[in-house]
Design a protein around this ligand. Structure first.
Ligand code: URA
Length: 430
């Protein structure tokens, strides 16, 4: 590969010029291989943060990240492959219900997932609340589970987009995570390398999400849809609300329990609605003929869930662990819960032990928050509004502090917040 100068690339990007595909490939390859040092990569990332990237540049950056590793070959499967990716939210346990549901609809779902960082929980951390369940699978195990069970949720192996692993770790410590081109290339390089033929993106919008406003979320969705389609992956996105908690729980075992209730035909209405909206998109992009609501009601998704957990060493019948300390926060007045802020609940769950501050930190399977009421529910003064679950009583004050100002009891309910805000496809938005 021809040699460029890292300083020249940094200066060009700093001054708002677009980098060419060969320069980008040289940089990504050099940084992944350790030839370009962190300080130069940090400077370039910060320049991208301020100057963004032109569409061609973003496409070349993403391609270079994909080319840094292997691509999973799912061509031996006889079902259509389709996956979902969420940009992350509080109480977002949709994957746990959706992956088995889509397999029960006839798809193969290769859900290669990550761990949580900060106030949003990671899917793998949640599933690890199930005794014996194993996140690390080989590529052969992934393909064989997809052929047999139809769904797999596991860790993305080290061979997929290794450039992202290095760049994401550097972004995390250099203030360059919240950049639309860097987020889009990070997510899409992994999803394209995973080998799925179709992808539905759940781009969360609101206080508990990366993207706080709908225009920002739309720009991220459009960038990701364009990247997916350019690589032959049928890609669509839904923008969904994340100003309040999704469902009634945030934290590992608590969220697994709620997901199992949903697979059994119960579960909170908002969780069911978002799951079914995404499932309908996935059915359409995979070209399947199935009604996800009927399949969920039939119990077939629960059968796949049980098989999926057992295939990865977990016992679907095992009791989920429970926290030794449960503290309640009571409603301050009679009325209606007018606002329950996703970020406040997410930070409280994190401080109780459900999340991590650094990627090497452990998470507690039992910690988290249970909402005894959702926005719009009637509440009575002195009755529990929230339960804080932890195994370490000393963590309670920090969690209680996070919840200060995070909820409001009002006299009359306002209009419910819309859950599904917008749909973005290659053909435009609706
Ligand atoms: N998730 C990712 O995988 N990458 C990002 O940059 C942000 C969220």
């Amino acid at each position: 590969m021809s040699d460029f100068s890292a300083v020249d690339l940094i200066c060009a990007k700093r001054d708002g010029q677009a980098l060419g595909p060969r320069e980008i490939a040289w940089f990504i390859d050099g940084y992944t291989a350790g030839r370009i040092p962190d300080e130069q990569a940090s400077a370039l990332l910060m320049a991208v943060y301020f100057q963004a990237m032109a569409p061609d540049e973003l496409a070349a950056w993403t391609k270079a990240m994909i080319d840094s590793g292997e691509r999973l070959d799912l061509s031996s499967l006889d079902r259509p492959t389709v996956d979902k990716h969420s940009t992350g939210g509080v109480g977002d346990k949709v994957s746990l219900v959706l992956a088995p549901l889509m397999a029960a609809c006839g798809a193969a779902v290769p859900q290669l997932s990550g761990r949580g960082l900060g106030h949003t929980g990671g899917t793998l951390d949640k599933l690890e609340a199930i005794a014996g369940w194993r996140a690390a699978l080989s590529n052969t195990e992934i393909v064989s589970q997809l052929a047999g069970v139809g769904a797999v949720i596991c860790a993305a192996g080290a061979g997929l987009a290794p450039a992202d692993r290095r760049i994401y770790a550097l972004r995390d410590v250099t203030g360059t995570v919240p950049s639309i081109p860097l987020i889009a290339s990070s997510i899409m390089s992994k999803k394209i390398a995973e080998g799925t033929a179709a992808l539905v993106l759940d781009v969360k919008v609101g206080s508990g999400a990366f993207m706080k406003t709908q225009p920002e979320a739309r720009r991220l969705a459009e960038a990701m849809v364009t990247l997916g389609e350019a690589h032959g992956v049928r890609t669509a996105a839904l923008l969904t609300g994340m100003d309040t908690v999704l469902g009634l729980t945030a934290g590992g075992a608590l969220e697994v329990r709620e997901s199992v209730e949903t697979l059994a035909g119960g579960g909170p209405a908002d969780l069911v609605a978002v799951t079914l909206a995404l499932a309908r998109e996935m059915v359409e992009s995979a070209g399947l003929d199935a009604d996800p609501a009927e399949v969920l009601a039939s119990g077939a998704a629960m059968d796949v869930w049980r098989a999926m957990i057992a295939a990865q060493g977990g016992d679907p019948d095992a009791e989920l662990p429970r926290a030794s300390v449960v503290e309640t926060v009571d409603a301050p007045a009679d009325g209606v819960l007018g606002r329950l802020d996703a970020l406040a609940v997410g930070v409280a769950a994190w401080r109780l032990g459900a999340g991590r501050a650094r990627k090497e930190d452990p998470v507690s399977a039992t910690a988290g928050v249970v909402c005894r009421a959702a926005e719009g529910d009637a509440v009575r003064a002195g009755e529990p509004l929230l339960e804080l679950h932890t195994d370490d009583e000393s963590l309670l004050p920090g969690a209680l502090a996070a919840l200060e100002g995070g909820f409001e009891v009002v006299a009359e309910a306002g209009p419910p917040r819309p859950l599904i805000l917008e749909r973005v496809t290659a053909g435009g938005r609706a």
